[in-house]
Design a protein around this ligand. Structure first.
Ligand code: ZN
Ligand code: ZN
Length: 147
């Protein structure tokens, strides 16, 4: 872990945005193609940074954050004003927060690189995965660095 690491992000509100930060490099980063992530984000894929919960905090306008459970175990946090889905909490990983990387500031560090694709069975027909050499898993698979 590097000294002084800080990643920052937030929602899309022009005024009074929700802002968050994490202050340690993520445990791992992955691409997710599951319908749970993609449908709620309106994106063809999700890029997720798994961040230790005690290094993550809301720095501004926490009161605007709403929750929607896409599954009993998946608690998705979004801005009640602009609808931006920034991060989620999942019951199987109680010590981590899963951050949607595109909601980081574009000039923010992420602190890690994606190491795999998961839930490729749910990939949209129209989407072609890049030839990036990363492992691809039909369902969930732990990070090679984590297992
Ligand atoms: Zn917002
Ligand atoms: Zn997912």
């Amino acid at each position: 872990m590097s000294e002084g690491f800080r990643a920052t992000g937030g929602c899309r509100c022009n005024t009074d945005p929700v802002r968050y930060e994490y202050t340690k490099e993520p445990f791992e980063v992955h691409y997710c193609l599951c319908t749970d992530c993609t449908d709620i984000s309106g994106g063809a894929l999700a890029l997720i940074a798994v961040v230790e919960r005690d290094t993550f905090r809301i720095t501004q306008n926490e009161n605007k954050i709403k929750n929607f459970d896409t599954k009993e175990t998946a608690h998705r946090k979004f801005c009640g004003d602009c609808g931006c889905h920034m991060f989620l909490e999942v019951d199987p990983f109680p010590d981590h927060v899963l951050v949607h990387v595109p909601t980081l500031d574009r000039d923010s560090e992420v602190g890690g690189e994606p190491d795999r694709w998961v839930f490729t069975d749910s990939k949209l027909e129209l989407v072609q995965l890049p030839d990036d050499g990363l492992p691809r898993h039909p369902g969930w698979a732990n990070s090679p660095i984590a297992s």
